[in-house]
Design a protein around this ligand. Structure first.
Ligand code: ADP
Length: 256
């Protein structure tokens, strides 16, 4: 058995939308330092689980524990302040703003409103704003975005946009990072780059990662363990090698 602390634990989670049961009976846990894959065909409940965990759509049944503490029903900004950062399936960047300013927005969880305002206007900088800037600069360097830092975010290629999103999540200095399809729409080279950044974030920044993905091939290479959802229920959890060989998983993916 794995003795590492559990960063996340979900117990018997259920979320409905009207009459539709989006997920039910979901039990899962993620150990500190793991890269954990949440996989399943479209509509299987991956985003619903993400929204339940991050507080956007709390479950109607069951419990969510973060580092052993019950956070079920907690507001998203409070979950964020406890060290959870996420990216979104569809890019949530602000077009017209630069790469730098988009990344700076990720710092807001640590800022008082007044500090946040002046952080966008560096000529008003005070020492605490300078500290925020230092984190941002370090992450820009880590994510290799220095060449595009002053570009409007809408003009850069998709692969770089996804990197900006990851950078924005990292400047919050999270302990738990939830990535919703970080490689969607990327070409092979961009995917490999992104996989490397995720692995390095775990290695160098100590983050625990939950990675949502509907393509199996991408995820099996970088996950320690993975869980497969189908029609809102868990059909398997384990190491990638075993999960991809599970007949129930193969059937779910073939649409049988
Ligand atoms: P996935 O992320 O695996 O594609 P989702 O969690 O988005 O799956 O969807 C699971 C089910 O819940 C789908 O039937 C979807 O239509 C429904 N659903 C998800 N979010 C909402 C919502 N906000 N309102 C209504 N139905 C939703």
């Amino acid at each position: 058995t794995d003795e590492r602390p559990r960063v996340l634990e979900c117990r018997d989670v259920e979320r409905r939308f009207g009459g539709l049961v989006a997920v039910t009976g979901v039990n899962m846990h993620i150990h500190q330092g793991e890269i954990f894959g949440l996989v399943g065909p479209n509509g299987s409940g991956k985003t619903t689980m993400t929204n339940a965990i991050t507080g956007f759509f709390p479950p109607q049944k069951g419990q969510i524990l973060l580092n052993g503490e019950n956070i079920t029903g907690m507001a998203p900004h409070k979950v964020a302040r406890r060290g959870v950062a996420r990216t979104f399936q569809n890019l949530a960047l602000f077009n017209g703003m630069t790469v730098l300013d988009n990344i700076l927005l990720g710092r807001h969880v640590h800022m008082k409103p007044s500090v946040f305002r002046t952080a966008l206007y560096p000529w008003l900088a005070r020492p605490e704003e300078i500290a925020h800037r230092e984190v941002v600069e370090e992450v820009i360097d880590f994510m290799q975005l220095e060449n595009v830092r002053d570009e409007p975010v809408d003009v850069i290629p998709l692969g770089l946009k996804k990197r900006v999103e990851l950078a924005r999540a990292l400047v919050a200095e999270p302990s738990f990072l939830v990535l919703d399809e970080p490689m969607a729409g990327m070409n092979q080279e961009e995917k490999e780059y992104m996989a490397r950044f995720i692995l390095d974030a775990r290695e160098e920044r100590g983050v625990t990662v939950m990675l949502i993905e509907h393509h199996m091939d991408i995820i099996t290479g970088i996950c320690d363990r993975m869980m497969v959802l189908s029609y809102g229920e868990v059909i398997d959890t384990g190491i990638p090698k075993d999960v991809i060989a599970d007949p129930r998983v193969i059937k779910a993916y073939l649409g049988g």
